[in-house]
Design a binder for this molecule. Structure first.
Ligand code: MCN
Ligand code: FES
Length: 906
C-alpha cells in the first residue's frame, strides 16, 4: 500500500492505494469521482481520460505506482458543473454531441487538453488530436464533437461571446427546434450515473458477481464442481442451475406458429449443454469484484465436447447433429410470394442478373459494457436495474425462468451507454435475479469488455442469393431470393428477423413478381440479437448491390435505374403494401445534382494510385413492431405543471427529448415552459408499458400515446369559455389529474405465410451517396464524404435527428469496411473488432431532409433511429466498385478483399 497526496480538481486529498491499482480504480472506487467512465479498460476508448499535471492520461491503464506524490489530477468534475459549465461543455450541448453521453466526459477532458495547448486548431487538428488520444464515440459520428470544439475555441479566444453557446428559443415552441435534450448537462459534466456508477452507490452488504463461463462452443455438461470456488476468499455463494427456482430458461416468446422450436431454448445457467462460448455455468457471489472473479476461475466442469457449428452452412450439413436435441438446426422458414410465379419471367426476361452476398456478424461496440444490479425493494419486489430497452418485454421473458410471480418482479432501466439493439434481448437480467433471490442481498454484475463482446448478442449474418429480371428499359420484372440467417444458438426473434429479409429485400422498388425463401439456422457462434436496422442492412446488401450490377449490365446510370423503379402511386412494397408516402422520386431529384457533381469531382481527382468513386443506394425501414403495434403513456397535472409517465427506454438516442418535445407540442394550449414538464420514465413499478424501444417505433407509437394522454388532460382542463382549469380548480372539482393515452396502429396488419401484408403504417426513406478513395496498391478504402437525403416525416428535434444520422452513417462505414465478430478471441476488443475511429469517418457529412408529414405519426413524424444504417454500407461498396472495379460481396471490405476483387475478371 502507498500513501499518496493528490490535488484532485483543486482539492488536496490523501489516499492509501495499492500501487498496482489503476488511477481509474482510485478515482472511481475510492473517491467516487464517477465522471471518469469505465469503458473498455484497455486504453482503446478514452472514456476514462483525465489530466495528470496537465498531461492527457488514460486512467484505466495508468497504475498508481506511476502517479507522483502531489500530482495535480483534473477530472471532468473539475472542468465544469451543470450550474457552471465550461465553454467546451456548453458547445457539446449546443451541438447535441452527447447522445448516450458515456464517451462525453472523456471527450470534454481531451478537448480541454487540446485547447490548453492550442486554442486555434483547424478541424483537421481537432480530428488528429482525438485520433491520437484514443477518443471513441459510437453514437454521433464524431462530427458534432469537432463542430463543438471549433465553437468553444472561438469563445476561448474571445472571438465569440460565450452566450452564443447557449440555446435560445425563438418562439416558445420546442417541437422542430434544436432544443438541447434534458440529460445533456449531466452527460457532459460526468454527473449522470450509469449502471456501474450506481453500482458504487449500493449499500455495503452488496455482493459482487462474477460468471464462470464456458470455454468451448458446444458440449454436453457432465459435471460442475463448485467446491474449490466456495472456499476462495470473500466468497458468499456459488450458484448453479440447481439454485434457479423457476424453469431456468429465458423464453424467446415465439411469434410464429410454424417455428419448429418452442422458444424455451436459452438457459439462464447451463444445465445439460453448452451452446456457445461464454455461456454462463455458475455465478460467484463475493465481497469484492476481484474475489468473485478469482473464484469463478476455480469452478471446474467436466464436459463432453461436441462438434461446434460456427456458421450456418456447417450447421445445415447433412451430418450435423441437432444443437437443441429435438429441434432441427433449420428451425424456421419464411416464404415470400408476390404476384405471378417468377420462373417463366426469369426464363424469358431480356436481362437477368444474379449474385451471392454475405453480411457479417456485426458487433454493437457500445463504449459501455453490459452492467446491472438487483435488490429487493421496500415492497419486497425483486428489482433488477439493467440497460434493458424492453422493460415489459424482458419482464415476460425472464419471470417464468426465475420462478417469480410477475407482480413481484420490477425492472428499471439505468442510463445506458448505448445499446444499438443488443439490449432488445435480455442479457444479464435473469442472472442478477437468480443471485438476488438466492442470497437475499443486493448484487452487482459488470462484464469486462471481452465478456461484453462474447456473451451479448450480435447482428445475425445473412447468406443471400438474389436474382433480378428486367426489361430493356431497366424496369424490374421479377426478383428471386434465398436467404440463410445464422442466428446463433438462441431462437429469440430469429423468425421475426427472417421475415425482415422478406420485407426489405428489393424494398423501394415496384417489383410485380417475387419468390423466395428464408431459413433461420441455429449455430454455435454467439447468439443473434437485434441490431439497429435489424435485417435491412443484410437485405439491402443484396438488392442494392444487385441494382448496380443490373445497371452495369444494362449500361445505365445506377441512380437513374433506381429512379425508374422507385415507388410511385400504384406501386406496392415487397409485401404487397401501398407505401404511405411516395417521396423517393423527389428525394432522387434532390440527390441527382449532387451525384453528378460528385462523379465529375471523382473523375478529376483520381490518380493512378488513388481512384475516386461514387456510389448510391436506397434504404427503407418500418417504424414499429409488425402489425397493429401500440403504446401507452400517461400525462398528469401537478401543481408545477405536467408530468409525463412512459417506458420510452433510452439507448442514448434521446427518449427524454422525444418525450419532452412531443409533450410540449401536445400541451401548447397550456403555454408551459419546458421546465414545467417533468418526466418519469423506465421503471415498471411507476410507468405504463410503452413497448420496447426497438424498430424505430417510439417517436411514432409512444409519441402518439403521449399526444393522446396530453389531449385527454387538456380536454379535462378546458372550461366552457375556452380557458383552462388550474391545478387547484381541478382538485376542487374532483377531476381526474392523471390521464392515460393508449395508441394502437390500426392501419397495420401482420404478414401472411407468403410475407404479404401491411406490417408497418409508417416507414422511413433514405437515398444514400458515398464518395470514396481506394488506394489501388493496398486496397484500402477511405470514405471522403457521405450524403443522405432522408424522409423521416416532420422532425421533433433537429439536434437529435442529425445526431442519429451521423451516428448511423458512421456505423455503416464500420459495417462496410472493418467491423466483425468472427474470431472469438481476436475480435473481443474494440479495436480488434474494427471500431471506426475518427479518422475512418468523414468530416464531410451532408443531410438533406424531405419532411413529408405522416398521417399516422404524431404531428406528422416518422421515426429516424434505424434509417441511417439501412444501406450506407452498400453505397460505399458501390462507390468502391465505381472507383476501382472491385465488387465486394462478402463483408467487411477490408483492404485484402478489395485488392483480391480488383484482380477478378470483370
Ligand atoms: N425523432 C425526432 N423526429 C422524428 C423522428 C424521431 O426528433 N421525426 C427523435 C425521437 O424523439 C428520438 C430519436 O429521434 O429521440 C429516435 O426516435 P425513433 O426513431 O422513434 O427511435 P426510438 O426512440 O424507438 O429509438 C430506437 C432506435 C433504435 S431501434 C436503435 S437500435 C438505436 C437508435 O434508435 N439505438 C441507439 N438510436 C440510437 N442512438 C444511440 N445514441 N444509441 C443507441 O443505442
Ligand atoms: Fe459517444 Fe454514446 S455519445 S458513445
Amino acid at each position: 500500500m502507498r500513501k499518496i497526496a493528490l490535488n484532485v480538481n483543486g482539492l488536496l486529498r490523501t489516499v492509501i492505494v495499492d500501487p498496482e491499482d489503476t488511477l481509474m480504480d482510485v478515482l472511481r472506487h475510492q473517491m467516487l469521482l464517477t465522471g471518469t467512465k469505465d469503458g473498455c479498460e484497455d486504453g482503446h476508448c478514452g472514456a476514462c481520460a483525465v489530466l495528470v499535471d496537465g498531461k492527457y492520461t488514460l486512467a484505466c491503464i495508468t497504475k498508481m505506482s506511476r502517479i507522483p506524490d502531489g500530482a495535480n489530477v483534473l477530472t471532468v468534475e473539475g472542468i465544469g458543473t451543470p450550474d457552471n459549465l465550461h465553454p467546451i461543455q456548453k458547445a457539446f450541448i449546443l451541438h447535441g454531441a452527447a447522445q448516450c453521453g458515456f464517451c462525453s466526459p472523456g471527450f470534454v477532458v481531451s478537448a480541454k487538453a487540446l485547447l490548453d495547448f492550442n486554442c486555434d486548431p483547424t478541424r483537421a487538428e481537432v480530428r488528429d488530436w482525438f485520433q491520437k488520444r484514443h477518443n471513441v464515440c459510437r453514437c454521433n459520428g464524431y462530427k458534432p464533437y469537432v463542430d463543438a470544439v471549433m465553437d468553444a475555441a472561438k469563445v476561448m479566444r474571445g472571438e465569440m461571446p460565450e452566450s452564443a453557446l447557449e440555446y435560445k428559443s425563438s418562439n416558445g415552441h420546442i417541437w422542430g427546434t434544436s432544443f438541447p435534450r434534458p440529460s445533456a448537462a449531466a452527460k457532459v459534466t460526468g454527473t449522470l450515473d450509469y449502471g456501474s456508477d450506481l453500482g458504487l452507490k449500493l449499500p455495503p452488504d452488496m455482493l459482487y458477481l462474477a460468471l464462470a463461463q464456458a470455454k468451448v462452443s458446444h458440449a454436453n455438461i457432465l459435471s460442475i464442481d463448485t467446491s474449490e470456488a466456495e472456499k476462495m476468499p470473500g466468497v458468499e455463494a456459488v450458484l448453479t442451475y440447481k439454485d434457479v427456482k423457476g424453469k431456468n430458461r429465458i423464453t424467446g416468446l415465439i411469434t410464429f406458429p410454424s417455428n419448429k422450436g418452442d422458444g424455451w431454448d436459452r438457459p439462464i445457467l447451463c444445465d445439460e449443454k453448452i451452446f456457445q462460448y461464454g455461456d454462463a455455468i455458475a455465478i460467484v457471489c463475493a465481497d469484492t469484484d476481484a474475489h468473485a472473479r478469482a473464484a469463478a476461475e476455480k469452478v471446474h466442469m467436466e464436459v463432453e465436447e461436441l462438434p461446434a457449428y460456427m456458421s450456418a452452412p456447417a450447421a445445415m450439413a447433412d451430418d450435423a447433429i441437432e444443437i437443441h436435441p429435438g429441434t432441427p438446426n433449420v428451425y424456421f422458414e419464411q416464404r415470400i410470394a408476390k404476384g405471378e410465379d417468377t420462373a417463366s419471367i426469369m426464363a424469358s426476361a431480356p436481362h437477368v442478373v444474379e449474385d451471392e452476398f454475405y453480411l457479417q456478424r456485426q458487433p454493437h461496440l457500445t463504449v459501455e459494457p453490459d452492467v446491472g444490479f438487483a435488490y429487493f425493494d421496500e415492497e419486497d419486489r425483486l428489482t433488477i436495474h439493467s440497460k434493458s430497452i424492453g422493460l415489459y418485454l424482458h419482464h415476460a421473458m425472464i419471470a417464468p425462468g426465475l420462478g417469480i410471480e410477475p407482480e413481484k418482479l420490477r425492472l428499471v432501466q439505468n442510463p445506458a451507454g448505448a445499446t444499438f439493439g443488443y439490449k432488445f434481448s435480455p442479457t444479464m437480467e435473469a442472472l442478477l435475479g437468480v443471485a438476488a433471490m438466492a442470497t437475499g442481498r443486493p448484487v452487482f454484475l459488470r462484464y469486462n469488455y471481452a465478456q461484453h463482446m462474447q456473451y451479448t448478442g450480435k447482428r445475425s449474418p445473412f447468406f443471400v442469393k438474389m436474382k433480378f429480371a428486367a426489361d430493356d428499359e431497366g424496369k424490374l420484372l421479377a426478383m428471386e431470393t434465398d436467404w440463410v440467417v445464422d442466428h446463433g444458438p438462441y431462437s429469440e426473434f430469429g423468425d421475426l428477423l427472417t421475415l425482415r429479409g422478406a420485407q426489405f429485400m428489393g424494398a423501394g422498388y415496384d417489383i410485380p413478381a417475387i419468390r423466395g425463401m428464408g431459413h433461420t439456422v441455429a449455430t454455435n457462434h454467439v447468439w443473434g440479437s437485434a441490431f439497429r436496422a435489424y435485417g435491412s442492412p443484410q437485405a439491402f446488401l443484396a438488392s442494392e448491390s444487385l441494382m448496380d450490377e443490373l445497371a452495369e449490365k444494362l449500361g445505365m446510370d445506377p441512380l437513374e435505374l433506381r429512379y425508374k423503379n422507385v415507388y410511385r402511386p400504384g406501386a406496392t412494397t415487397p409485401t404487397g403494401q401501398e407505401p404511405e408516402v411516395y417521396s423517393l422520386p423527389e428525394m432522387i431529384d434532390l440527390m441527382r445534382p449532387k451525384y453528378q457533381a460528385a462523379l465529375q469531382k471523382a473523375k478529376e481527382n483520381s490518380t493512378d494510385e488513388h481512384k475516386k468513386g461514387v456510389g448510391v443506394s436506397i434504404g427503407i425501414y418500418g417504424c414499429g413492431l409488425d402489425g397493429p403495434d401500440g403504446s401507452e403513456a400517461w400525462a398528469e397535472l401537478t401543481p408545477e405543471g405536467v408530468t409525463i409517465y412512459n417506458s420510452w427506454q433510452d439507448h442514448g438516442q434521446g427518449a427524454d427529448m422525444g418525450t419532452l418535445g412531443t409533450a410540449h407540442q401536445a400541451l401548447l394550449p397550456l403555454e408551459l415552459d419546458p421546465a414545467q414538464i417533468k418526466l418519469v420514465m423506465n421503471d415498471t413499478a411507476r410507468v405504463p408499458n410503452s413497448g420496447p424501444s426497438g424498430g424505430s417505433r417510439s417517436q411514432v407509437m409512444t409519441g402518439n400515446a403521449i399526444k393522446l394522454a396530453c389531449e385527454s388532460l387538456i380536454a379535462a382542463m378546458r372550461k366552457a369559455d375556452g380557458s383552462f382549469r388550474t391545478y387547484d380548480e381541478m382538485v376542487a372539482e374532483g377531476r381526474q389529474l392523471r390521464h392515460e393515452g393508449k395508441w394502437t396502429m390500426a392501419s397495420a396488419s401482420n404478414c401472411d405465410a407468403n410475407a404479404q401484408g401491411a406490417p408497418f403504417a409508417v416507414y422511413m426513406y433514405g437515398v444514400f451517396m458515398a464518395e470514396v478513395d481506394v488506394d489501388v496498391k493496398s486496397g484500402k478504402t477511405v470514405v471522403d464524404k457521405l450524403t443522405l437525403v432522408a424522409d423521416i416525416g416532420k422532425i421533433n428535434n433537429k439536434l437529435v435527428v442529425d445526431g442519429q444520422i451521423y451516428g448511423g452513417l458512421a456505423q455503416g462505414v464500420g459495417l462496410a469496411l472493418s467491423e466483425d465478430f468472427e474470431d472469438i478471441k481476436k475480435h473481443s476488443t474494440m479495436l480488434g473488432a474494427g471500431v471506426p475511429t475518427i479518422r475512418d469517418i468523414p468530416d464531410d457529412i451532408e443531410i438533406i431532409y424531405v419532411e413529408t408529414p405522416r398521417e399516422n405519426g404524431p404531428f406528422g413524424a416518422a421515426g429516424v433511429g434505424e434509417l441511417p444504417l439501412t444501406s450506407p454500407h452498400v453505397a460505399i461498396l458501390n462507390a468502391i466498385k465505381n472507383a476501382s472495379g472491385a465488387r465486394v460481396t462478402h463483408l467487411p471490405a477490408r483492404p485484402e478483399k478489395v485488392l483480391a476483387a480488383m484482380s477478378e475478371p470483370v
